[in-house]
Design a protein around this ligand. Sequence first.
Ligand code: HEC
Length: 78
Amino acid sequence: MSAQAALPGDATQGKRLYDASCRSCHDAGVYTRKERRVNSLEALRNQINGCAHMTQQNISDTNQRDLVKYLNETFYKF
Ligand code: HEC
């Protein structure tokens, strides 16, 4: 079993959350650009918290987990 499959969360739900609240400021280009900032799962979690904070939203642990899984499977693949 790969590390990806072992990550907890629901990527489908993560995508739904992402489509609903993450597309207003940046498109998916930020995850694939060469000089991207996130280089670990830990950094990804921190960045998601930071972004949610900017929108004055509090993100639940479950939502964060689903977003991490979705973004990791789709773009980062740590
Ligand atoms: C209020 C505007 C805003 C919203 C809404 C927002 N972000 Fe961001 N996000 C940013 C900014 C600004 C950056 C930094 C871009 C840069 O460094 O050029 C960023 C960067 C990121 C990165 C890092 C990309 C990299 O370089 O690897 C991730 C991951 C990310 N956002 C995820 C999310 C997620 C998930 C959500 C939804 C919960 C979200 N963002 C919503 C403003 C926002």
